[in-house]
Write a protein that binds this ligand. Structure first.
Ligand code: HPA
Length: 270
């Protein structure tokens, strides 16, 4: 594992035009932010040693070095999901590589189903915390102390400072944001009505099939995290309708520019 991380980061170090301190993982169909990047160097996942290859529709799968609002960033367009069959180590491998490349702040985005009755479709939710319901933990197995401690603290999985900054940016720009707890599950099924109800009862405001593994590994590595969910459908009693991947992408598309705006200013203000 340590050798693989080194091999991959050595490969990328030769190609990277700058040394970004901020990484961004863009979720399902959420590539809008990429259109705001300048001075880009794109590296397709297929060409990166040890990188898994993304298979889901709507994920183009590339690493992009560039400037966002003038600040150097490293963006991942398309992520690896557990439901695709990857191991947790594969799902989180890019975060390990990011750390090795110097990334110390990570912004993550995703599409999710809202369970909080106050939420509306198209809302942007700042992730304040998460509940890990994946059946396998990304840190299970041998702990490499070079990568982090055996029993990582998770008392502030999402940086309070970045959450406060993001809320201020949203208020200044008149962008509606909600806040909440993200429940991470395997998928690939969307939830049954009883499952949405259950996830809400245990403390979740939104549910999705990603993010939690990467955020756990980022915390293990000492990377501070900021996360946002686009609420693409509602798992709220009385409001549950059929959900399709296409609809999730369509709603995601509409809300994206607002998320891009918040993330751009967040990066600039860092
Ligand atoms: N459940 C799980 N994942 C999702 C959902 C959902 O309702 N919407 C978008 N991703």
């Amino acid at each position: 594992m340590l050798e693989k991380i080194k091999e991959t980061s050595d490969y990328l170090k030769k190609l990277m035009p700058s040394a970004p301190a901020t990484g961004i993982i863009l979720g399902t169909g959420l590539g809008n932010l990429v259109t705001q990047l300048t001075d880009t160097t794109e590296i397709s996942y297929e060409t990166i040693p040890n990188f898994p290859v993304s298979t889901v529709e709507g994920h183009s799968g590339k690493l992009i070095f560039g400037k966002l609002g003038g600040v150097d960033v490293l963006a991942m367009q398309g992520r690896f999901h557990y439901y695709e069959g990857y191991t947790m180590q594969q799902v989180t491998f890019p975060v390990r590589v990011m750390y090795e490349l110097g990334i110390r702040t990570l912004l993550v985005s995703n599409a999710s189903g809202g369970m909080n009755p106050d939420f509306e479709i198209g809302d942007l939710m700042i992730i304040t915390d998460h509940i890990n319901l994946f059946p396998e933990h990304p840190l299970r197995g041998k702990n490499y102390k070079e990568l982090g401690t055996r029993f990582p603290d998770m008392s502030e999985p999402y940086s309070k400072e970045l959450i406060a900054k993001a809320k201020a940016i949203a208020a200044k720009n008149n962008i509606k944001v909600v806040e909440g707890v993200y429940v991470g599950t395997t998928g690939p099924t969307f939830e049954t009505p009883a499952e949405y109800r259950y996830f809400h009862i245990i403390g979740g405001d939104a549910v999705g099939m990603s993010t939690v593994p990467e955020v756990i590994v980022a915390n293990h590595a000492g990377i501070r995290v900021f996360g946002m969910s686009i609420i693409t459908d509602l798992g709220v009693p009385g409001k549950i309708v059929e959900v399709t991947h296409e609809e999730v992408q369509e709603i995601g598309n509409k809300a994206q520019p607002l998320m891009t705006k918040i993330m751009t200013e967040l990066v600039a203000g860092n």
